[in-house]
Design a protein around this ligand. Structure first.
Ligand code: GLC
Length: 521
């Protein structure tokens, strides 16, 4: 494999140790005279930084398809602000924008075994926005037109998982913790325990595995255990589930800690009807399961500074929101003075869009006095349905595309944000909507239940319904549209939405506690 996917420099830059050159911030300069035995130390010895390596197949701003990319794009930064040394490692996809590739620095290359195959693996590095990210290069595996859904995903992600562990000695960074995320990096804890735990340069590393969505488990035919993963039959019990290799199941068995992205989802997935087959495995490993609610990148999703919206605004002076609504209506050709209900989502049935479709199909009274704006791509039947609905209703728009700046214009200009998911491990959009004073209507599940409280019960930052039925959705939408008509009540509700703290601060602290506890064990 060639090393041409990023600008290469063959020299490895070794930076001088900062501590040798200047004293750590906050410490007094050390006097040149030798201290006497009785002299008191002038500063406490700084606590050793915890080193965490996030292994991921998505991280913004480099590459991503959704929530996982958002999380890995912002959690390491938040951890670094707390004094952690958190770094990221991901594949070097062909789609990573040129402006980042040009800044990458070549670290080195090696060969990685993938079963009997011996594959090239280049390693690059970039320091961007307070976080170091390493890239694993292999054009055969990663120069593709999409991240997932390739015929050889089992082999590609086995390669990546092995490469993460193999390249550690090359990084000048031995992590205390490897934090893997979702099915594509789920083999790392298993490979670590089976092949690397006793290896020089790898001992003592703890493995954290985060489930962002249990629905996707990385299931492959059983023969890949030896042929691709290079593991012996003795590992079959750990890796197999229902006669298939199941990467997420093997991570749950092998990791030192299993986290998921909200406390409610952590409870839900212990139930057989919510665990996509893995409830027994999760119950058996219950003691290592925790739910930590995600945050959002509050700098990126900030109506006060966003360059994408017609007029900036904030909680103290939300008047710019009306301007944003006017601009959005003009952009989409909407007329009249109705509340705008927005859906910004992957268009999938389980995101609750089957319910929305059900309501719209019967010309629901609830949507009559509102405009509907749908933004997203996804399942074909839903893309077609929303396009069709928009073509025959003057108050409906379907924007079948993935466009982050348009998303911000919609968050800013809409009044109500609809997210009636059947299951939702965390969900980030409901939090982003609150940042823009756009009131979420959610179903009570997973992270939606943890982040949005029903204003009809007093207080609350949105509307929450429980039954996954068209009727329950309609009744809630109707209540929201009615309440929108009462300007005093609505602006109090908007203030409560603005006031929510969905930054990473609290969540990053919880991860830090978890890392500290693990390292004590
Ligand atoms: C997945 C989940 C979503 C979560 C995101 C980030 O995309 O479906 O609920 O917010 O991961 O953890």
């Amino acid at each position: 494999m060639k090393q041409t996917t990023a600008k290469t420099t063959t020299t490895k830059t070794v930076k001088p140790a900062a501590s040798a050159a200047k004293p750590a911030t906050g410490t007094k300069p050390v006097p040149s005279a030798k201290p006497t035995a009785s002299a008191k130390p002038t500063a406490a010895i700084p606590e050793k930084k915890i080193k965490v390596l996030f292994a991921t197949t998505e991280a913004f701003p480099f590459a991503g398809t959704g929530g996982l990319g958002e999380v890995v794009g912002s959690l390491p930064k938040a951890l670094n602000r707390l004094g952690v040394d958190a770094r990221v490692i991901m594949p070097l996809y062909g789609s990573i924008p040129r402006k980042y590739r040009d800044k990458m620095q070549y670290i080195g290359n090696m060969r990685v075994w993938v079963g009997w195959r011996n594959q090239y693996c280049g390693v690059f590095r970039i320091d961007n926005d307070g976080v170091t990210t390493y890239f694993v290069d292999n054009e055969q595996y990663f120069l593709r037109d999409s991240i997932y859904g390739q015929h050889d995903d089992g082999e590609r992600f086995t390669f990546f998982s092995r490469a993460v562990l193999e390249c550690i000695p090359m990084l000048d960074f031995t992590p205390d913790i490897i934090h893997s995320n979702d099915h594509a990096t789920a083999l790392i804890p298993t490979f670590y325990k089976a092949c690397y735990a006793l290896m020089y340069g790898h001992t003592g590393i703890k493995n954290v595995f985060t489930v962002h969505n249990l629905e996707y488990q990385g299931c492959y035919p059983p023969h890949i255990l030896g042929d691709v993963m290079g593991l012996g039959e003795d590992m079959r019990g750990v890796v197999d589930f229902n006669c298939q290799v199941n990467c997420v199941k093997s991570a749950i068995e092998s990791a030192d800690s299993v986290t998921t992205v909200s406390p409610t989802y952590a409870e839900e997935i212990l139930r057989p009807d919510r665990a996509f087959g893995l409830s027994d495995i999760l119950n058996r490993n219950r003691s290592k399961l925790v739910g930590i609610l995600n945050g959002v990148n509050v700098e990126e999703y900030d109506p006060e500074t966003s360059p994408f919206i017609a007029k900036n605004f904030n909680a103290e002076d939300p008047s710019g929101k009306a301007e944003c609504k006017r601009a959005l209506k003009k952009e989409l050709g909407l007329e009249g003075d109705r509340p705008i209900i927005a859906v910004i989502s992957r268009l999938a049935g389980h995101k609750g869009l089957d319910l929305v479709k059900g309501a719209l199909c019967r010309n629901s009274y609830a949507f009559e006095n509102a405009d509907l704006v749908v933004l997203g791509t996804g399942e074909r039947y839903l893309e077609d349905f929303f396009r069709y609905h928009a073509s025959c209703h003057a108050n409906s728009r379907a924007l079948i595309t993935f466009d982050k700046s348009l998303a911000q214009r919609i968050y800013a200009g809409a009044d109500i944000f609809l997210m009636p998911s059947a299951t939702e491990p965390c969900g980030l959009s409901q939090m982003m909507a609150c940042r823009y004073g756009t009131i979420p209507i959610v179903r009570k599940t997973g992270g939606l239940a943890d982040s949005i409280k029903d204003c009809r019960a007093g207080g609350g930052n949105g509307f929450v319904f429980e039954d996954y039925t068209v009727e329950a959705l309609e009744a809630t939408v109707a209540d929201a549209v009615r309440m929108y008509g009462d300007k005093t009540e609505w602006s109090a509700l908007m203030q409560r939405a603005f006031a929510c703290d969905f930054s990473w601060n609290a969540s990053a602290r919880k991860y830090l506690e978890l890392y500290k506890d693990l390292l004590k064990k």
